[in-house]
Design a protein around this ligand. Sequence first.
Ligand code: C2E
Ligand code: CA
Ligand code: CA
Ligand code: CA
Length: 276
Amino acid sequence: AKGKGKNGFQYFDSIMRSEVEFANTIKRDLGLALEKNQFFLCYQPLVDVRTGKVASMEALLRWQHPKKGIISPFHFIPIAEETRQIISIGEWVLRTACRQKKEWLNMGYSGFSVSVNVSVHQLQQPDFAKVVCEILNEIELDPRHLELEITETVLIKAMDTVVRNLYHLKEIGVKIIIDDFGTENSSFRYMQKFNFDGLKIDKSFVSEIKVDVNKAIVDAIILLGHRMELGVTAEGVETKEQLDCLVKCGCDKVQGYYFSKPLPPDEAIRMVQKSV
Ligand code: C2E
Ligand code: CA
Ligand code: CA
Ligand code: CA
């Protein structure tokens, strides 16, 4: 854009054009990313506050684009949802994360589960729970090792299919966690309808926990979670100060750059090796 900078509109226009171009590239190439093997998973530990040990590893999707480099899920998940490709991509994520978990088990690491983010579009598929069962069977992985993170959007859209899938999964022992808790205006009513296993406080509250109002919200979410017998995790923990504050509030699990960034499996497992 250099040289065109004198004219603000032209500059703005060129930013817009490059954004549109980027979105179009993503749209065009996303369809082939699966078969071209361009996706990979990074893992970020969730640490148990009481024991200091890794309680779970969250699988986070990455796209190695041949020209654009590594693309964040923020840029392509919404498009994958729009085009419904999230259903096959999500299945790949589930299978890959479960395989990794199995590999870690075979290596002798047994103390933590694996968490997978699931889109509402996946849960709206009538056969979603069945697909999860098939993956677990195929890999011979005990369902109790798997946690699914769903956002509040799922609760808002909770219709029969979603609820049926959740019940089925819960019945076989898969744990269901509400992710990004507090960011959508979901009604507590949905929380009566399903017996979740945990809540995850969104990092926006954690990053500004020093602000009184955020501290109050975090306090209230933890209290609510515990009253409902749910485990409460805080994501986005970056500093010792934030950690101390969360521990004081009674948070059960913490996750964030303070402990580790999302890392490829071989590097992620080092956190577990260190904490035994
Ligand atoms: P999320 O599930 O809320 O994941 C947390 C995001 O915060 C991750 O971004 C993680 O890398 C980042 N993060 C972790 N610790 C810190 C920290 O201390 N500070 C800051 N500033 N950020 C931190 P990421 O990996 O880019 O993922 C973004 C979002 O994309 C996820 O948000 C999740 O909603 C979605 N996503 C990722 N993988 C998948 C997937 O396999 N399927 C679906 N449906 N969604 C996914
Ligand atoms: Ca998550
Ligand atoms: Ca989250
Ligand atoms: Ca979040």
